[in-house]
Design a protein around this ligand. Structure first.
Ligand code: GLU
Length: 466
């Protein structure tokens, strides 16, 4: 692709499981680069492995991209819908003498492999059918005629110049005996047809790149630019996997992370801009550059992610946080239609929860029947607090303005009247209306609960006082 062509990046997951945080980071880099350059970001589902690909995985990937707000401009394209096109290109290569039919049996290939291994050589196809004069017989695969001399050189945007000798590469199978295309071939045809200018992907594909470049050149296409991103490691220095905890993007949703926190965490895991830790999306679009991506692998640090999550819970627009909190309330089966607006709950609890899951658990009592903590009840709802609770109940019934200050005033006045310290009243009151000893400031909690709930909970509490 010429450097002036409009930027087109793609994220090309194989739908064989959920979206992994590593994949999400790749998608984020592709998305950022497209947004930064006002180019296009394409989603391509590489589903040609029919045994391992599932519709649920496709959906899981699409859902995770949506949750992360990584919207794509084109796609999802499905490779399984493009088989005719792949066949056409295989035929083109055959006609042009750039690919050939290989009739070698499994047995022959196995024997060849064993001999090569015995000689301590790298197993590779020996080109037997490439030079064949007579047509073969029986089932065949199609192999690409890889150049036999020279080298493939490319400037990886992250790693710099990389050189692969053609003698190291053998003639790749591009179509199997049943006619289905192979992975390296479909990628090439798609990157070509979809006019991809920048391939940003995991470094596990680095050895595929010279093969793909050779095929692209044989097709007369200019290869895109490549950027191979290093892997993510767990805290023990091994490749991040389930052993290290959650690795699926949606698992982080379930655990109560905000998408911005995960994105902010992932972008920094392998890319940096000085020491800056926190970036808005607009800032990222502005500052992101492929060249700023680190060559070295990075280690996943769950505490840092949690810290970022807390930051975003505290600093994001409560309305936005409330939308995500609503999802958690639904997951917990809490009906939020009868109770305070969720945005107000977010404001009251934003300093008190590290995750939205925790926030949802902690705001249950605003919406559902109380679950009393027996110990808190025993300790706080004693006979001697009954007069104070009765007095407060009375005052609350007559309170005109059910808002924070007047509520606070009633509690203070009752404490003064009965000669009690504020804390002596606030804690029993808290247990009475929330069932436990921890909540936002009592006046705010009461205000959010609403008068009717407060009165009826005080009635129940007074019956519990013993
Ligand atoms: N489908 C490949 C994978 O999920 C990615 C291929 C690519 O980005 O070129 O690993």
């Amino acid at each position: 692709m010429s450097s002036s062509a409009p930027v087109r990046t793609r994220f090309a997951p194989s739908p064989t499981g959920y979206l992994h945080v590593g994949g999400a980071r790749t998608a984020l880099y592709c998305w950022l680069y497209a947004r930064k350059t006002k180019g296009k970001f394409i989603l391509r589902i590489e589903d040609t492995d029919l045994e391992r690909s599932t519709q649920e995985s496709v959906q899981a990937i699409i859902d995770a991209m949506e949750w992360l707000n990584l919207e794509y401009d084109e796609g999802p394209y499905y490779q399984t819908k493009r088989f005719d096109r792949y066949k056409e290109v295989v035929q083109q290569l055959l006609t042009e003498g750039k690919a050939y039919r290989c009739y070698c049996s499994k047995e022959r290939l196995e024997k060849l492999r064993e001999e090569q291994m015995a000689r301590k050589e790298k197993p590779r196809y020996d080109g037997f059918c490439r030079d064949r004069k007579e047509p073969g017989e029986g089932p065949y695969v199609i192999r690409f005629k890889n150049p036999q001399t020279g080298a493939v050189e490319f400037d990886d945007l992250i790693r710099g110049k990389l050189v692969f000798e053609n003698t190291e590469l053998d003639d790749l199978i591009i179509a199997r005996s049943d006619g289905t295309p192979t992975y390296n071939f479909t990628v090439v045809v798609d990157d070509w047809d979809m006019k991809i200018t920048h391939v940003i992907r995991g470094d596990d594909h680095i050895n595929n790149t010279p093969r793909q470049i050779n095929i692209l050149r044989a097709l007369g296409a200019t290869p895109p630019q490549y950027a191979h991103v290093s892997m993510i490691l767990g805290s023990d220095g091994k490749r991040l996997s389930k052993r290290h905890g959650a690795v699926g993007v949606m698992q982080y949703r379930e655990e109560g992370y905000l998408p911005e926190a995960l994105l902010n965490y992932l972008v920094r895991l392998g890319w940096s801009h000085g020491d800056q830790e926190i970036f808005s999306m607009d800032e990222l679009i502005n500052l992101f550059d492929i060249k700023g991506i680190n060559k070295a692998p990075s280690a996943f640090n769950p505490e840092k992610l949690l810290w970022l999550n807390q930051h975003y819970i505290k600093s994001s627009d409560p309305q936005h946080v409330a939308k995500e909190l609503q999802w958690h309330m639904d997951q917990l089966g809490i009906d939020t239609t009868q109770g305070p607006p969720l945005t107000e709950v977010v404001t009251a609890l934003s300093e008190r929860a590290k995750t939205l899951r925790e926030m949802a658990e902690k705001s249950r009592y605003f919406y559902t029947d109380l679950q009393y903590n027996d110990e808190a009840v025993k300790k706080n709802l004693t006979l001697d607090v009954a007069p104070a609770l009765t007095e407060i109940r009375e005052q609350f019934t007559n309170l005109n303005d059910w808002s924070k200050e007047p509520i606070h005033h009633v509690i203070q006045a009752t404490a003064d009247k009965l000669g009690l310290k504020m804390g002596k009243i606030a804690q029993p009151l808290r247990v009475a209306v929330t069932g436990d000893t921890i909540s936002p400031p009592i006046d705010i909690t009461l205000m959010l609960l609403g008068r009717d709930r407060v009165i009826s909970r005080l009635d129940s509490a007074l019956r519990l006082c013993s």
